[in-house]
Ligand binder design. Structure first.
Ligand code: 3HC
Length: 712
């Protein structure tokens, strides 16, 4: 790939076109920032240049500052590696330039890219250009000064904390973009159009007291929605600085705060997740062997229950034709109704237009037999977790589907080799493990066996991206990567209860750590039947380290089934948040009596931090086994899967990244101590012990000489 560079061409009309060239997104890498400074200095000093147009090569303006530099800063712990963009380049060379500068924006202008455009004196854009300020998602703050001055304070805050935009001077076709931008720049030079320095504007800011009111509300909101992310409050503080003391003062504070934030763990975690997510697209021996994805146009989904209807919804929303098969018309109708409700729900929440909803529903057909299966490209089986039923279905599919058809199962636990045992199609059998609700949750765990073909894996990865999921390819074992790594999560929570810790205190500690709900609210949500069934699978697969709590059985016996019947550990009333149900306390007492593990018969005393660690360190421990067995390609895949599948806080970088930040040795010694006190459930795995004692990070690749069974 050619080195990143900035070019300048001066036309006969006296307009200098300065172009960013750094594919694929024209990120503002250090040589680009240096190149921009050079070219703007040159254009300013040349007599034949009357006006300037700034644009990006290849139909994309700029994806923002080069995030690789963040990683270098994090690695070296040296913030001075961050170049000064905001003052020297954007204020001094662009905004205060003696010649007018117009940004010709196409494709995308994100983060620092948008800031460059806002520093220009006008912005002309091609239709459907994506404008956004994603910096908060990387743990830092965006340019905070120009946006409120261009679009008003409330809208600017909404855009910085969310993703909406509209601050363009004119929208023109791609073909006309450069022509119109040149003319616009010349018009500014000749004073036929206004010469506007965004930082100097105040007309949209409102009065100081109005601004303070808007900021106060935004601070309250940020406290609620992003309590552990300092960049949100910092962003609002810097906006306030600019409003009270002027835009330039705001820019100076912004640069200082940016450098403080970029060194925090929040930014380290978020930047890690950014690259980790992109790395999941690279699967050795699948994406690097020259295969081309085959198109998947028609998909059959078997089973219209909660998962099947969610999976069907995800496909029709993305223009893939779906045949939904059920065993009788009553179930089929129910499935179709669920899909319609899923789609309607998106319209109600403003996430989908009515038109798109109608089109999506046209892509769905309900069937009761296999006649429509003769030309499907992929089948996803989503029936109940029964081995004989799945085996029967896969034998039937082998006859009903064309030979190229991908045969996928949405099982969350059953070994894929067993599912396909009665077929001779093992090379096209694959796991497509969606997370509920399947049309909303972003993770798609793609489970391969030793026999699944690379082509089939690549095809499913491609469909996954089309339906806007993040596909993570994993190996075959009980629970695959996510459920396997997280099975100790609910078990340790129940173990703590048996040791005398309060259920609601556990949930609250986990929420403060950053998961959206605690393990017991999750239990209520999933339903106790599902919890009992999955517990059984894990007890069977990992009897040496499975904790068998009587809690779920006791809850079921008392007529409770969580949110499904409105009676769980919490009470559920329409329109109000779930409330802890005190009437559950005798059941919990009974559970403690039956478990009989409280040392000396007395509840243990633990801090909030210990609660979090006693719940999550066993997850780290199991993650170590997942890594050692080669169930994931790389440790960061498990980080992405934990964030997207389990809502582990992204700003902690995912489960393995977090464990390394805490320190493998600390995790190991804590688990060892608890295993001596409370038994084998906490016993550190061999992988953890080895890494901790040798001082090797858990995320370091598993070497070929290690004991890995390399399932991938
Ligand atoms: C000082 C400033 O205010 C601070 C900043 O500007 S911080 C940066 C703000 N910008 C961002 O956060 C944008 C991040 N990028 C994205 O959201 C998406 O990549 C995108 C919408 C630009 C493009 O998405 P898409 O077309 O799906 O491609 P995607 O796979 O994500 O990216 C393509 C490649 O570009 C890289 N890339 C994208 N944006 C990048 C960036 N800002 N810096 C460095 N690399 C970047 C990706 O890592 C990926 O590399 P790979 O092929 O080696 O894995």
């Amino acid at each position: 790939m050619a080195a990143p560079r900035v070019t300048m061409e001066v036309g006969n009309d006296g307009v200098a076109i300065i172009t960013l060239i750094n594919p694929p997104v024209n990120a503002l890498a250090i040589p680009i920032v240096a190149g921009l400074k050079d070219k703007f200095e040159e254009a300013t000093s040349r007599d034949d240049v009357k006006a300037i147009v700034l644009t990006g090569n290849g139909g994309r303006f700029s994806g923002g500052f080069d995030i690789n530099v963040f990683q270098k800063v994090h690695g070296a712990g040296d913030v001075s590696l961050m170049p000064d963009v905001s003052v020297e380049l954007v204020v001094n060379l662009i905004e205060d330039c003696k010649k007018p500068i117009v940004a010709a924006v196409e494709g995308l202008a994100l983060g620092g890219g948008l800031e460059l455009a806002m520093g220009c004196h006008a912005r002309i854009a091609a239709p459907k250009t994506q404008l956004g300020l994603p910096e908060l998602t990387l743990g830092v703050i965006p340019g905070t000064q120009r946006l409120p001055r261009l679009v008003g304070l409330s809208k600017a805050i909404e855009m910085m904390l969310g993703w909406k935009l509209g601050l363009i001077d004119a929208v023109v076709t791609s073909e006309e973009l450069l022509k119109v931008s040149r003319l616009w720049a010349l018009d500014i030079a000749a004073r036929r159009k206004p010469w506007i320095r965004s930082l100097h504007r105040t007309d949209k800011l409102g009065s100081l007291s109005e601004a303070r009111e808007v900021l106060k509300l935004a601070r309250l909101q940020a406290k609620k929605t992003a309590p552990n992310m300092p960049q949100h409050q910092a962003c609002l503080d810097v906006i306030e600085e600019g409003i009270v003391h002027g835009g330039y003062s705001g820019v100076l504070k912004e640069a200082k705060v940016f450098k403080e934030l970029v060194m925090l763990d929040t930014s380290r975690g978020l930047v890690h997740v950014f690259f980790a997510q992109r790395a999941t697209s690279k699967v050795p021996n699948v994406t690097d062997i020259g295969l081309k994805p085959r198109g998947v146009r028609k998909v059959a989904v078997i089973g219209g229950g909660l998962m099947g209807s969610g999976i069907a919804t995800a496909h029709i929303l993305n223009n893939i034709y779906v045949v939904l098969k059920e065993v009788n018309s009553e179930y089929l109708l129910k499935g179709i109704k669920t899909i319609e409700a899923n789609v309607r729900g998106l319209v109600t929440r403003g996430k989908l237009t009515q038109d798109k909803a109608n089109n999506a529903l046209k892509m769905l057909k309900g069937v009761l037999d296999y006649s429509e299966f003769k030309d499907v490209d992929m089948v996803i089986e989503a029936v109940i977790e029964s081995v004989p039923l799945k085996q029967k279905i896969f034998s039937e599919l082998e006859k009903a589907c064309p030979p190229h058809c991908i045969l996928a199962t949405n099982t969350s636990t059953i070994d894929l080799n067993i599912v396909g045992e009665k077929t001779s199609s093992q090379d096209r059998i694959i796991g497509a493990h969606f997370f509920s609700p399947a049309h909303v949750m972003p993770l798609l765990e793609i489970v391969r066996t030793e026999r699944t073909s690379a082509q089939v894996i690549l095809d499913l990865m491609t469909v996954g991206k089309i339906i806007k999921k993040v596909p993570v390819v994993v190996g075959n074992c009980t629970g695959f990567a996510v459920n396997r790594a997280f099975f100790p999560y609910s078990q340790s929570a129940r173990l703590l209860v048996s040791l005398g810790v309060d259920v609601f205190r556990i949930d609250s500690a986990i929420r403060s750590f950053g998961l959206p709900i605690g393990p017991f609210q999750l239990l209520d949500l999933a339903g106790y039947g599902v919890a009992a069934a999955t517990s059984k699978e894990f007890d069977k697969a990992f009897p040496d380290r499975s904790f068998q709590s009587p809690l779920v059985d006791l809850l079921l016996k008392s007529g409770r089934n969580g949110k499904a019947n409105g009676k769980g550990l919490y009470t559920y009333e329409k329109g109000s948040k779930p409330k802890p149900d005190p009437s559950v306390l005798p059941i919990i007492e009974e559970c403690r009596r039956l478990s009989n593990i409280m040392p000396g018969g007395k509840p243990i005393s633990v801090t909030e931090k210990e609660i979090v660690e006693m719940i999550l360190f066993p997850v780290v421990n199991e993650s170590c086994r997942v890594l050692e067995e080669g169930i994931v390609v790389r440790a960061s895949d498990l980080d992405v899967a934990s964030v997207l599948g389990m809502s582990f806080p992204s700003y902690r970088g995912g489960i393995v990244f977090w464990a390394d930040a805490v320190g493998a040795n600390y995790v190991y010694t804590s688990l060892k101590k608890w295993s001596q006190l409370y038994g084998n459930f906490f016993k550190p795995s061999r992988f953890l012990e080895e890494r901790a004692t040798k001082g090797i990070p858990l995320s370091a690749p598993v070497s070929s000489s290690s004991t890995s069974r390399a399932r991938l």
